[in-house]
Structures are given as structure tokens and as C-alpha cells.
Design a protein around this ligand. Structure first.
Ligand code: CU
Length: 169
């Protein structure tokens, strides 16, 4: 967490670069806390109605402690969809994050509690915007391997995707 952004923390933020369809809700809560707070509903659909494309994890050199995952998620349902976290078997810690510039023009990363996507809209994660942080890597991730990621939603639903590891572009 970058203290430079502390002043912004209470403000829900819509990043112009990703369009108005995606609302970032901001907090300092850790992924562990988010998981605890996520209500499990028996009536929730176990598979969210989404289309995931362009999913990948950036390759990390052996010394790296962290890397990021990216994708485009289109909400095909008729209700807002909220991504609250993820699980990976190569990362001890995972977070939803966003790169952004502060008032002085410096770029930093900020932790988010969720990405909310309106019906029919898409969330595009990218190296210049929102991303899924994979931290405290348990091993290096190499170009060409395929990593399963479990995406977790506020409804209690989850979705398994397989992300190829690609060179950072
Ligand atoms: Cu990050």
C-alpha cells in the first residue's frame, strides 16, 4: 500500500482509462479480510455468467517475488458482477490492484476490494490499469506454462480459468 494514495482511500473511483463501466471500490482491507466478509449464499449461481478472454500471467524472473495476471471479463448477466478476489497455487498472497498516478504524476499501485462490472460491460485488466497481483511467489513462473486461477465473486460464485504465462509486454 502506497501512503501517497491515502487521501484517496475513501473515494470510490472511476478510472477514465478503463471507461465508466468499471467502478473501483477502495479500501485497505486485505484479501483475507475480503474472503471472510464475502457472504456465501446457497442460492447463488456457482458459475457467473461471464466471458473471459485474453487471460495471461506475466512471466517473472527466478528472483521475482511477485507478478500479475490480466484478462478481459465481460458480464453477460443482467445484474452487476463483483470480483472480490482470487486464488493461485503459485502465490501465497493475492490482491486486486490498480496502477495509477498520484497528484505529482508518480505511478504507484493501490489495493482494491473489488472490481464491479455492469451488465453488458467489460472489465479489462492490463499493465497500465487494474490487475490481479500474485505476491509471495512460491516458485518462478515460466513462459509457456499454464496456471489455474480461481476468480472469486461477491455472490459466492467462483470461476476457474487457466492462464498461460507470457512475457511481459
Ligand atoms: Cu500490483
Amino acid at each position: 500500500m502506497n501512503s501517497r494514495f491515502a487521501a484517496l482511500l475513501s473515494v470510490p473511483l472511476v478510472l477514465a482509462l478503463l471507461g465508466a463501466a468499471v467502478t473501483y471500490s477502495v479500501t485497505t482491507a486485505s484479501v483475507t479480510n475480503i474472503r471472510t466478509a464475502t457472504a456465501k449464499s446457497a442460492s447463488a449461481p456457482m458459475t457467473p455468467n461471464v466471458q473471459i478472454s485474453d487471460v495471461y500471467v506475466a512471466a517473472a524472473p527466478p528472483v521475482a517475488r511477485e507478478t500479475s495476471a490480466y484478462f478481459t471479463l465481460k458480464n453477460l448477466g443482467d445484474a452487476p458482477l463483483t470480483l472480490t478476489g482470487l486464488k493461485s497455487n503459485v502465490a501465497k498472497t493475492t490482491k486486486l490492484m490498480v496502477y495509477e498516478k498520484d497528484a505529482s504524476g508518480l505511478t504507484g499501485m493501490r489495493t482494491l476490494t473489488e472490481f464491479t462490472v455492469k451488465p453488458g460491460q467489460s472489465l479489462t485488466l492490463s499493465p497500465v490499469g487494474g490487475h490481479l497481483m500474485l505476491s509471495d511467489l512460491l516458485r518462478p513462473v515460466k513462459v509457456g506454462e499454464k496456471l489455474p486461477l480461481i476468480l472469486e465473486f461477491k455472490s459466492g460464485a467462483s470461476l476457474r480459468v487457466v492462464a498461460p504465462v507470457k512475457r511481459f509486454e
